[in-house]
Design a protein around this ligand. Structure first.
Ligand SMILES: [Zn+2]
Length: 481
């Protein structure tokens, strides 16, 4: 589905400098030794590329391995010292080799609001951040992806521009139940709906009847509904411009009540459902109980809910819905991840132009821009809490790939796509929003010192270099995942 027959061999770079995701400008740690560049060897060459690391995060745990790549896929996992011939060899030494991350929650905004973010910029930011697959949300672009014609418009806008692989969510909005099955058959990975106002008028929320009708229809073809779960009855207008007033207007109880609604309808129709961006830890208990009961429901959270607290919010670049809450809540979200109640950590990258980030939390555009920074942000916090990098790759690669039904993505295993990331897990850097590849230089992580630098990214066995013609593919849901 995503392996081209035979990608042309690309010359190995003389060093890792200049690769997408290379040294952060402020990173004081030297890059690894230049990689070994071997010429074409006599006789049969079994692999196009072999990447070695003493710390490969393959299925089954962290090991010293040589990863053999052929025709864009992982063809063998060999002992680190195996002298297997290959057209290109890269030895990362102690730098980690991770599966490319899968970010199933990205708002690209093209076409229609391309000045907020576009496919070229979003996917280059993704590659620089170690993300090799994104799934684009159906709203904020124009038209929203609520019918097959709109999906065709979106795919045409993305074609030829993507530095990583890109899939698409469809949208479930009032009146489009007849469009859901055709969208499913056209290859969307599932459907997003809102239970509260979305922030853009062209993507209305679903009321109870509309939500039930969409969930029933999606169950009929065993699709997936992904839900923005806040109960509008418990949301109020902020009483003023401060962050505390904004936070008070969106209580955790509104998330919990909406999650209970999703669970009830998923249980009734047997629909597979997924709760987006869980911010309130009050959702964990009903989610865990539903899971125990066999309801087909999963949930995600986002780097900003795991790494930032309400007291650290200093400007509108932090505004998002649901909001960033207090430290005790953040600790509980980490516990929910550790326990598996939350299974995915994805960005909810939702940027805008700077003029919409006005210094008034009631009026500012809500959306955090972080696609390039999710891995180091989450890793920095995870390691301080005693979680290993294997868990982080599970939350940010394997589980999101499983959510979308992409068996070739998110894991280092024979047969998977050779989507690989060289990650220097002890290297610190300080975030400079202006040096990120996002279209607009706005992020709540600006000025933060994080640990972990992406040194190189390969997509289906080819290094994603900057600048180079992009070769990311547009993905469709596999027929038999
Ligand atoms: Zn979102």
């Amino acid at each position: 589905m995503s392996n081209p027959a035979s990608p042309p061999p690309v010359p190995a770079p003389a060093s890792m400098e200049g690769w997408t995701g290379g040294r952060a400008p402020s990173d004081p740690v030297p890059a690894p030794e230049p990689v070994a560049v071997m010429g074409r060897e006599g006789g049969a060459v079994p692999f196009d590329l072999v990447v070695r690391s003493r710390r490969v995060f393959a299925e089954g745990g962290e090991r010293a391995l040589a990863v053999g790549v052929r025709d864009g896929a992982i063809a063998a996992l060999l002992p680190y010292d195996d002298p297997v011939p290959a057209r290109e060899r890269v030895d990362l030494g102690e730098v980690c080799l991770l599966p490319g991350l899968v970010d199933t929650h990205v708002h690209v905004n093209e076409p229609g609001r391309t000045e907020w973010e576009g496919f070229a910029t979003a996917t280059r930011a993704a590659a620089a951040g170690g993300v090799t697959t994104i799934v684009d949300m159906p709203l904020n672009s124009l038209p929203p992806t609520v019918g097959v014609d709109a999906l065709a418009v979106k795919r045409a806008a993305a074609a030829g521009k993507c530095a990583v692989d890109v899939g698409f969510w469809g949208g479930a909005v009032p009146g489009n139940v007849p469009a859901l099955r055709p969208l499913h058959e056209a290859g969307v990975f599932g459907f997003k709906c809102f239970l509260s106002p979305s922030g853009v008028e062209e993507f209305p929320l679903l009321e109870e009847d509309g939500f039930r009708a969409a969930m029933r229809e999606i169950a009929s073809f065993d699709g997936l509904m992904v839900v923005h779960a806040e109960d509008p009855e418990l949301l109020t207008e902020p009483t003023g411009p401060t962050y505390r007033q904004f936070l008070d207007s969106r209580p955790g109880e509104s998330e919990r009540r909406a999650v209970e609604r999703v669970i009830a309808v998923a249980r009734e129709f047997g629909t597979r459902a997924h709760v987006l961006h869980v911010s309130s830890a009050s959702c964990l208990e009903p989610l865990e109980a539903a899971r125990r009961d066999g309801v087909r429901i999963t949930a995600e959270t986002c780097p900003h809910y795991l790494t930032i607290t309400a007291a650290q919010v200093s400007g509108p670049e932090f505004k998002c819905c649901p909001p960033i809450r207090d430290p005790g809540n953040r600790d509980e979200l980490w516990q929910g991840l550790a326990a598996g109640v939350l299974s995915c950590v994805v960005s909810d990258h939702s940027p805008s132009t700077p003029d919409l980030k006005v210094p008034d939390f009631a009026a500012a555009w809500g959306g955090v821009s972080s696609l390039q920074l999710g891995l180091p942000a989450v890793w920095t916090e995870a390691r301080s809490r005693g979680h290993g990098l294997a868990r982080v790759t599970e939350w940010m690669a394997a589980r999101p790939a499983a959510l979308a039904g992409l068996p070739a993505k998110g894991r280092i295993a024979v047969g998977a796509d050779a989507d690989l990331v060289a990650f220097d897990d002890t290297a610190p850097f300080t975030v400079d929003a202006g040096s990120l590849r996002h279209r607009n230089p706005i992020t709540p992580y600006h000025g933060r010192t994080l640990t972990g630098v992406v040194r190189a990214t390969w997509l289906r066995g080819r290094p994603v270099t900057d600048p180079a013609p992009p070769f990311g593919e547009l993905l469709a849901r596999p027929v038999n995942p």
